[in-house]
Design a protein around this ligand. Structure first.
Ligand SMILES: Cc1ncc(COP(=O)(O)O)c(C=O)c1O
Length: 387
């Protein structure tokens, strides 16, 4: 059976499909927005769940030591990051962990560094917890590769700057930060007593020759200064299990974080999610390799399409299954651009502006779809451009 075949999700409660009418005012779009995959979750995970359900009681369960160990093993194998068991705790959501870490490690009114453009909850978690956004714009070089400007960032820091929210690899621009970039950023944070919350949820979707480096793995000081957020949600297309983990090496920081997590009762998670988590990390390795090959082929298809449709620009992502399309040459305002994609091309994408002001003129396309779906989407876009 083709593992990456087309699957009809329209009758399910999939957010990407169900909210089409509300968001795009029509169901006649191929939904390529929410960052989950229109591809089947690994069969090994589904089988393990079926087996678990042969036992008829699904009560409160704790996450097993084996489950945590499976993730520790995966992180060592894939990212050369040696995590000790006591550093890890369960979280129902990476975004919830971000909010929790912000509350645990800063005071109301403190500043949190956020790089623009970025995944929208980075902004909302800071604002909804009554902290101040310290926005740092990422800029493209001539080749379209995004960078932060360390000197500018240094000049933006004030005594109220307490946290950096790092997206590594970065959604939506698809950057894998290099060791040197992370060392420079890390040194600045250490110099100014700024703690790092590193969201590494996309760290397993990385394309050759890029290598993801967990910032906490770079030195003992950075290990002690960082909260790393990791999980199987993106890697194995299992966001619906609401399970991730938080890695904190420093005992004092861990206590602050865990006290806050107790206050909102993160709990121990769901029985089926524990099974899915452990199985994915233990048995999902081969599937993950095939997934990367499938996504690489999809990036090549987009690359070829862009070479034939130069009105749209992009730089192939170094990580993530998200294409950051530069549509500025079309000369449309952001509202018109969105209308063009929905009504002319029949595609439901994420508007660049929703990732911050630096996203103006861009659209984000989720290409974690079967090859046939991507072909159809690109054909529709070609047709709209010709029109
Ligand atoms: C950078 C980033 N962090 C977090 C999440 C969501 O994580 P969770 O569902 O565990 O809250 C996403 C989902 O798109 C993401 O792109």
């Amino acid at each position: 059976m083709d593992e990456f075949r087309s699957i009809d999700r329209s009758g399910s409660n999939a957010e990407k499909y169900t909210l089409r009418e509300k968001l795009f005012h029509t169901e006649a779009v191929i939904p390529m927005w929410v960052a989950d995959m229109d591809l089947a979750t690994p069969e090994c995970v589904i089988h393990a769940l079926q087996k678990r359900l042969l036992h008829p009681v699904v009560g409160y369960e704790i996450m097993s030591e084996r489950a945590f160990m499976s993730q520790i093993h995966w992180m060592r194998e894939h990212h050369s990051f040696d995590i000790k068991r006591e550093w890890l705790s369960y979280s129902p959501s990476v975004v919830a962990s971000i909010g929790c870490a912000i509350r645990a490690l800063s005071e109301v009114g403190d500043e949190v560094i956020v790089m623009d453009p970025v995944y929208p909850p980075f902004y909302s978690m800071v604002k909804e917890n009554n902290r101040q956004l310290l926005l740092h714009s990422l800029k493209q070089d001539r080749e379209g590769r995004y960078h932060f400007d360390i000197d500018l960032l240094r000049s933006q820091i004030t005594p109220k700057t307490k946290l950096l929210l790092l997206c590594s690899p970065h959604n939506p621009i698809g950057r894998v930060w290099s060791r040197d970039e992370l060392l420079t950023l890390g040194a600045l944070c250490l110099e100014h007593g700024i703690r790092i919350i590193s969201d590494e949820i996309h760290s397993d979707i990385v394309y050759i020759p890029h290598i993801h480096t967990p910032i906490a793995a770079l030195s003992d000081k950075l290990l002690a200064n960082t909260i790393t957020l990791i999980g199987p949600g993106k890697t194995f297309n299992m966001a619906g299990f609401s399970i991730s983990s938080v890695c904190i090496a420093d005992e004092k920081v861990r206590k602050l974080y865990e006290d806050e997590a107790h206050r909102v009762h993160f709990g121990d998670g769901a029985a089926l999610s524990h099974v899915a988590f452990e199985t994915a990390y233990t048995e999902g390795g081969e599937w993950h390799k095939k997934l990367l090959a499938h996504l690489t082929a999809n990036t090549q298809m987009i690359e070829k399409w862009i070479s034939e449709n130069p009105m749209i620009g992009w730089r192939a992502p170094e990580a993530t299954y998200l294409a950051w399309l530069d549509c500025r040459a079309l000369g449309l305002g952001d509202r018109e651009l969105r209308e063009f994609f929905v009504h002319k091309a029949g595609l439901g994408l994420s508007p660049g502006l929703s990732f911050g002001k630096e996203g103006s003129g861009f659209m984000r396309l989720n290409f974690a779809v079967p090859t046939t779906v991507l072909e159809e989407a690109l054909e529709k876009l070609s047709g709209a451009l010709r029109g």
